[in-house]
Write a protein that binds this ligand. Sequence first.
Ligand SMILES: [Fe+2]
Ligand SMILES: [Fe+2]
Length: 353
Amino acid sequence: MHSSFVTAFGYEVETARDGVEALEKLGPQHDLVLLDAQMPNLDGFEVAVKVREQAGHGDLPIVMVSGLPKREDRLKAFTVGINDFILKPVDPDELKLRLRWLIELKRARDDLAVYQASLEEKVEQRTYELSEALEEVTLARSLTHDAHLDTIRRLTLAAEYKDKGTAEHITRTGLYSEAVGIAMGLPEEVTDLLPHAVPMHDVGKLGIPDYVLLKPGPLTPEEQATMREHPTIGARILTGSNSPEIQMGEIIALSHHERWDGNGYPNRIAGEAIPLEGRICAVVDFFDALTQNRPYRGAVSVEDTIEMIREASGAHFDPDVVRAFEAAHSDIMRIHREFPDSQGYDFPTLKEG
Ligand SMILES: [Fe+2]
Ligand SMILES: [Fe+2]
C-alpha cells in the first residue's frame, strides 16, 4: 500500500509479503526499511530487532507505520531501534518529508564512512611509506658510519705499515682498551669509541722520517727528540674533526706516552691530568708491544709482561687502569689468542714508540 506512494517520490522500492521475507531480502543496497506494526508471522517490532542484529544494519533507518499506537508501543519502538513513526492514515506529504530526511541522513553517514575508510587507507599507506623511508635512512646512516670506521682503520693501517707494525696490533690494542674500559665501569659511549680511537695512537709516525723511524740500532738524542714528536704530529693530523672517534683518537695520540709520574712526553703531565683514554692506551700498548715477537727479540711471556705492568703501577701507569687490566684478564687473553700477528717478522726493526 505504501509502495505506490514511495515509488511516486522517486525512490526504488522492494516489497515483501511479511517480515520473514523482508529480512531475507534486506541487503546493503537498501537505504531505509518501511514496515507496518501489524504483520503476519513476525510483527514490526520483531522485524526491527532482527534488522538491528544483522551486520551492517545498525544505522539503517527503520520507519514504522501504525494506527494510533499505545504509549508503551511508542516507547518499545524506540527501544528496539525504530527511528520514526508514521500514523495511519498515511499523509503522503508527511511520509515524503520524513523519508527524505532519513534517507539523506543515511546517505551522508554512508559517504562519511567511505571517506573515513579512504582516509584510514591513506594514513596506513603514508605510515608504511614513512617507515620504509626511515628504514632507508637508518641503513644509509649505518653504511656511512661503517665507511667512516673503515677510513679510520685504513688511516691507522697506513701508520702501522710505515712503521712495519701489524694490523693485528691495532685490532688488539683497540679491543684490549675496550675490555679495560668495561672493567673500569666506564659508560658505553666511551667503551664503544675506545676500539676505534685507541688504534689511532701512533698515526703521528706518518710524520716521522724513515731514517729515524726505521733506523736499526739506537737513536741519537736528536733522533729520539724527532721520534718523540709523533704524539704531537698525530694530534695535529686528527685535530678539528667532528667525529667522536677521531676526537678521542686525537686525545689518545697526544697523551699515550705521558706517564702517571709525570716523566712521559710530550707535555710531562702527571696523574689524572693525563686523559683517561691515554692512560688506558699506555697500558694496553705496552702489553701488546711486549707480548708480540719482535725481530730483535722474542715475545716476553704474558705473565712476565703483567708482572712488569704491575711493578710500573703508580710510576709509568695509572694504578686504577692496571687494576682494571688485571680484572679484565680473561677477556685480554681471549683477544690475545684470537688475533695473533699474521704477517711474520721479515722487517728490519721496530722501535717501541
Ligand atoms: Fe702501538
Ligand atoms: Fe706511540
